[in-house]
Design a protein around this ligand. Structure first.
Ligand SMILES: [Fe+2]
Length: 317
């Protein structure tokens, strides 16, 4: 969403912003989700999501884990609305205001109906759609979902459907202390905090990352996907260093879906991906990557999260 730059000093008429993290997360209050959200309030939400933090270098960020009620992340990186009370319809309608939504039709070739009634509502939880009970960790669907526990950007494996906002609503969460939070990594600050030599290398070479959904699936469940040859699948390409247009900051467009870096020998490609992902996700690090945190809830407690995703309209998409 180019053109949404705002100043750090910007004040909001309606929103109440509570920073949750030094570089990229905030809780927003003051929005009445039980009524139609007026356009001026929605414009404030967009502006908050485009806010450039004035003090992003002031302190060392702390990696965060949030049990979200409703999350979206773009500029502030992560925005949390608590206790929205939105049902599936409200979730989808609210999401539509951010732009054209991704939907599951291309992935549902067997004629089945969407799990939650909307093709735009993706299952991001651990519920077996046939029984309503918790997926067992060794089930095919759980094996497939393991890739979501690696840091990723939604739909980076599909160029025309690349995502800007992911809007995640928690309907049911595991008991406290059993895991299942959503973890986020601030890839804009991660770029800024790269060592100068590596930053120069990335800028000079302007590397292209090649992404495939099955790259993350296979990394997370190598045995289950052992017969999948990712190299034979189509790759979707993104520059690794990009201008994040709404904030005007550079970002690392990296994700577990990234299989390799083009025009690099395989070992160099692997090492560089490993280095960048490790840097961007280190515990004391630094808006686009996220993952499901593991824990003892797996196979025991319901984690019912549903997500919509807005297509990215930036020139880098
Ligand atoms: Fe995701």
């Amino acid at each position: 969403m180019p053109g949404l730059l705002v100043t750090p000093e910007m004040k909001f008429k309606t929103l109440k912003i509570k920073k949750l993290h030094p570089t990229f997360a905030a809780e927003i209050g003051g929005v009445e989700f039980d009524k139609p959200i007026p356009n001026d309030v929605f414009q404030e939400i967009l502006a908050a999501s485009a806010k450039v933090l004035a003090d992003r270098r002031a302190s060392i960020p702390v990696f965060i884990q949030l049990p979200p009620t409703l999350l979206l992340f773009r500029q502030y990186g992560v925005i949390v609305f608590r206790k929205t009370g939105l049902d599936d319809t409200g979730h989808v309608e609210f999401s539509r205001r951010f732009g054209r939504l991704d939907d599951m039709r291309p992935y549902m070739t067997d004629g089945s109906e969407p799990q939650y009634g909307y093709y735009e509502l993706f299952d991001a939880g651990n519920i077996d759609p046939n029984t309503g009970s918790v997926l067992q960790p060794d089930s095919p669907r759980a094996q497939y979902n393991k890739g979501n526990a690696l840091f990723h950007i939604d739909s980076s494996f599909n160029n025309p459907r690349r995502v800007s906002y992911s809007i995640l609503k928690a309907h049911e969460l595991p008991p406290a202390g059993t895991g299942g939070n959503t973890g986020f990594a601030d890839t804009r600050t991660a770029f800024e905090e790269l060592n100068p030599q590596l930053k120069t290398e990335l800028l000079e070479h302007d590397y292209i990352g090649a992404h495939s959904l099955y790259s993350s699936r296979k990394k997370a469940a190598p045995e289950y996907f052992k017969d999948v040859d990712v190299k034979k699948l189509s790759m979707h390409k993104h520059r690794i260093v990009q201008n994040h247009e709404p904030s005007g900051r550079m970002t690392l467009y990296i994700a577990a879906h990234m299989d390799h870096i083009e025009n690099l020998p395989p070992q160099k490609s692997r090492e560089l991906i490993e280095k960048l992902v490790t840097h961007a996700t280190q515990e004391s690090t630094f808006c686009v990557m996220h993952r499901v945190e593991g824990g003892s809830f797996e196979g025991q407690y319901r984690r019912d999260l549903r997500r919509t995703a807005v297509h990215d309209d930036s020139s880098e998409a």
